[in-house]
Design a protein around this ligand. Structure first.
Ligand SMILES: Nc1ncnc2c1ncn2[C@@H]1O[C@H](COP(=O)(O)OP(=O)(O)OP(=O)(O)O)[C@@H](O)[C@H]1O
Ligand SMILES: [Mg+2]
Length: 390
């Protein structure tokens, strides 16, 4: 059964000439030299899933230089139902048509097509600060439970309230009313507990897929771990590398009331120091994912190839986690990863992908990197924005 993108078409999108292609159900390879339009092509596919650019590009940047508007169109088959998505982009804004009808609210992407992208920018995941990892975690959790986004927003709303009180106290010398703070912190802690619960439920299974994917890509030479450090529940604030870790703690549904109480107590204890800062230091907005290879922090010690392997394993785990939740693999978009891995890792990556299911779009500057069974693969050349099937 064909699940995925059956037709992809675009007009005046980035540097791409008007095209219409029929991707296959498994591997789709786009080969071309630097600057020919490969990343742009993957961006078009991603847009059909998330209705926004993965690079957070502005609408106008997506429209071909000199053109007024761009269109990206896709026909998606899922559970034997075919849906069409059309995105019209112009400098003034964008219009999304689902099955020909304009939609104003974004449906959850897995309702039509989920996509997981791995591109060069994703190396930030292991190299940059904790915010990037939280965003990854929350986006992936959202792909499993769309309500996570609302819960997260509600939490940030409550966080803003407490921060405002603290800032007012600091800047204008307004005294902090402990009863008001009690109420605000109670609300903040309850909302925080549901954010923690979702992240926890997501990670519980995700880490299993992650460890397995990393083991496969590195042929079992190294062990990678990912640990959720829930701020307010561990020693993350004292920057201890080890210590009581949140992984051993239960943030499940049944534990929510006690998690909320604990978080409220931690906030209450932090009042004096937060008042000095003028903002709230601990809570889910300060969570971290600790990434280790063989017990050492990735950020400090990993080689380039190990960073790559780590991020790839995160993405492959995301595919499996979403598949596990919804019974359908997201479309996997792999932007030029092979050139950064050695030959052996590459072969292992291809094996890993072949074992998994789902539709894959791969770009490369050199097809020798991409070795999967030929009959499973469709290929295109990308040259100066022109796609030609082979
Ligand atoms: N709105 C636009 N209109 C026309 N051309 C654009 C637009 N946006 C980007 N481009 C051009 O598209 C070209 C191809 O970009 P793309 O990132 O897809 O290349 P690539 O094939 O992925 O290259 P690399 O192998 O170096 O990653 C670039 O030269 C870029 O300047
Ligand atoms: Mg590129």
């Amino acid at each position: 059964m064909h699940v995925g993108l059956e037709v992809l078409a675009a007009q005046d999108f980035r540097n791409l000439e008007t095209f219409r292609i029929e991707p296959g159900p498994r591997f789709n390879l786009f080969e071309g030299r630097n600057g020919q339009g490969k990343t742009n092509l993957l961006e078009a596919v991603y847009l059909l899933s998330a209705f926004r650019s993965p690079r957070d590009a502005k609408q106008g940047e997506l429209v071909r230089f000199g053109a007024e508007r761009a269109v990206v169109y896709g026909e998606i088959v899922r559970r034997e139902v075919k849906r069409t998505v059309e995105i019209q982009l112009a400098k003034e804004g964008k219009k999304v048509l689902l099955d020909g009808k304009v939609i104003t609210r974004m449906p959850s992407s897995f309702s039509h097509m989920a996509a997981v992208l791995f591109g060069p920018d994703d190396l930030e995941l292991t190299k940059a600060g904790p915010e990037v990892r939280r965003r990854f975690l929350d986006r992936a959790t959202f792909a499993v439970w769309p309500e996570h986004l609302l819960e997260l927003r509600a939490y940030h709303e409550a966080l803003k309230h407490r921060n405002r009180l603290l800032r007012d106290a600091k800047v204008r010398g307004v005294a902090l009313d402990p009863h008001v703070l009690d109420a605000f912190e109670g609300e903040l802690a309850r909302r925080g507990a549901s954010v923690l619960m979702r992240r926890h439920l997501f990670l519980e299974r995700f880490v299993v897929h992650f460890a397995e994917a990393f083991r496969q890509i590195t042929d079992g030479e190294l062990t990678a771990t990912l640990t959720h450090k829930a701020s307010g529940f561990d020693h993350a604030d004292s920057h201890k590398a080890s210590g009581s870790e949140a992984a051993g703690r239960d943030f499940g549904v049944a534990a929510m009331p006690s998690v909320a109480l604990e978080l409220a107590a931690a906030l209450s204890r932090a009042r004096a120091s937060d008042a000095k800062l003028g903002w709230t230091r601990l809570g889910p907005h300060a969570d971290e994912l600790d990434l280790m290879i063989d017990g050492r922090p990735v950020r400090a010690f990993a080689s380039q190839g190990q960073h790559r392997a780590f991020v790839l394993a995160l993405k492959i785990a995301e595919l499996h986690r979403i598949h596990e939740a919804h019974g359908v693999y997201p479309v996997f978009l792999l932007d030029d990863v092979s050139s950064e891995l050695d030959e052996r890792r590459n072969a292992l990556l291809m094996e890993t992908l072949q074992r998994g299911g789902g539709q894959v779009f791969v770009t490369t500057t050199d097809r020798r990197w991409i070795r999967v069974g030929d009959d499973a693969m469709r290929r295109w050349k990308v040259e100066a924005g022109v796609l030609s099937a082979e």
